[in-house]
Structure formats: structure tokens, C-alpha cells
Design a protein around this ligand. Structure first.
Ligand SMILES: [Zn+2]
Length: 225
């Protein structure tokens, strides 16, 4: 029974790796791939409506406002506290604590540290989280971390993640799953080199993101947990 299970699992992983392989073959840039497993029908995030930014906990409304993309029903974001945005050690501590807690969850969550140092937690579903819909312009230039659920992860960032990084000019975007922690940043000198065994499910997405970061002048690192 176990043998049978691992055979099937190996076959499925192979098929998923092949899917990624064909995406690379038929598209010049990873970012041109608008449709992967966790995209909306139009393949991108769009702004929500009805956000009340007047108070720290006054953010309401998470309906997508246009062209067919609908977020799944999800809990509203939670204001956690304010932090000194220049205190790198405190920021790192905050993100690490969040990630340690988030990594075992069966839904995606995000920790957002805005340019002014406000910390929010956002709550998504199995394969998506919606900091853009939840926080709108507060997301601009922020530091963001989020988890990928074990059954969904591709061990690096999705195209939706990379879109978010660019569209909201995030300072840093981090991700984590049960095996890895990864980060795209504005520091170009920090880019991983491509792994020799790039054509495995575990490394394929990672290799695409290396290519993405190198071609766009961003930093990108992935480390084992
Ligand atoms: Zn993600």
C-alpha cells in the first residue's frame, strides 16, 4: 500500500514538474505566466473597495471591485501594533515569530509591516492571501511575509507573489513553507546561483525566481529551514 502510494506521489510530482517545465518553454519570462494554480480568473490581483483607512482597526470590506477576480471569503486583517521601522532587529524578530507560527497552518496568512511601521496580519485561504485587497495603498513599499501551505507549496514564490512585489513596490517579500524560507528584495547583490538539479519539483520554481530576480535587478535568496 505504501509503495503504491509513493509511486503515485512520485508520478504526481513528476507531472507537476513537467507542467512547470512547459511553462518555461513556452513563455519568455515567468511573469508572463498569468495562470497558475492560485490565480484568479484574470490571473492578477486587483484592488478592493470600501476600505476605511481612518482608524487602525477600521479596515473593512474585501470585495474585489472589477473584471471577474473575486477573493474567497476570508477574515478581515488585524492591526497588531506599531514598530520602529528603523529597528531592523525588531523587524526581523517580528517576521521570524510570525513565520514560525504561520508555517504549520493549513491556510495562508501574511504579516505586513507598512512604511510607517504599522504591523497587520492578513488571513487568506488554502492557496491565497489578499494583503492588497485587505490593505490597499497601505501595502505600498511595505515589508511582507507569508506562508505557503504544505500541500500547495512550490518551494518558492508564485507569479502572483512576484506581481505583488512589483506592483506595490514592496521593500521585501518573504515566503516560507515546511522546508524553505525565501525572500525577494531590492538588494541586487544577494541572488542565489542556479542549482545544478534545477529540473526537480523542489527546485524548478526556485530556478524561475532566480531568473526573474537576475533579469529585473532584484535580490533573491532561499534557505532551508
Ligand atoms: Zn505566495
Amino acid at each position: 500500500m505504501n509503495d503504491r502510494y509513493s509511486e503515485i506521489r512520485a508520478a504526481l510530482e513528476h507531472i507537476r514538474a513537467m507542467q512547470v517545465y512547459f511553462e518555461v518553454e513556452f513563455d519568455l519570462y515567468p511573469l508572463a505566466l498569468r495562470y497558475n494554480h492560485n490565480h484568479g480568473p484574470d490571473g492578477k490581483f486587483c484592488s478592493g473597495s470600501g476600505v476605511d483607512n481612518s482608524g487602525e482597526s477600521g479596515i473593512i470590506g474585501f470585495e474585489a471591485d472589477s473584471v471577474g477576480y473575486q477573493d474567497e471569503p476570508h477574515d478581515p486583517p488585524k492591526f497588531i501594533k506599531k514598530i520602529d521601522i528603523n529597528d531592523n532587529a525588531a523587524i526581523e524578530r517580528e517576521l521570524k515569530d510570525f513565520e514560525t507560527n504561520a508555517v504549520g497552518k493549513d491556510y495562508e496568512t501574511a504579516c505586513v509591516i507598512t512604511k510607517s511601521g504599522e504591523i497587520y496580519h492578513c488571513f487568506g485561504v488554502k492557496n491565497e492571501v489578499y494583503p492588497d485587497i485587505d490593505l490597499q495603498d497601505k501595502l505600498r513599499g511595505a515589508i511582507v511575509s507569508h506562508n505557503h501551505v504544505k500541500s500547495e507549496t512550490e518551494y518558492s514564490f508564485s507569479n502572483v507573489d512576484l506581481d505583488l512585489f512589483e506592483k506595490y513596490e514592496l521593500q521585501t517579500l518573504r515566503g516560507c513553507d515546511h522546508k524553505f524560507r525565501y525572500e525577494v528584495s531590492r538588494i541586487f547583490s544577494n541572488v542565489d546561483s542556479e542549482p545544478e538539479d534545477w529540473n526537480t519539483f523542489e527546485n524548478h520554481r526556485h530556478s524561475l525566481v532566480i531568473e526573474f530576480a537576475s533579469s529585473r535587478g532584484y535580490g533573491y535568496r532561499r534557505t532551508k529551514i
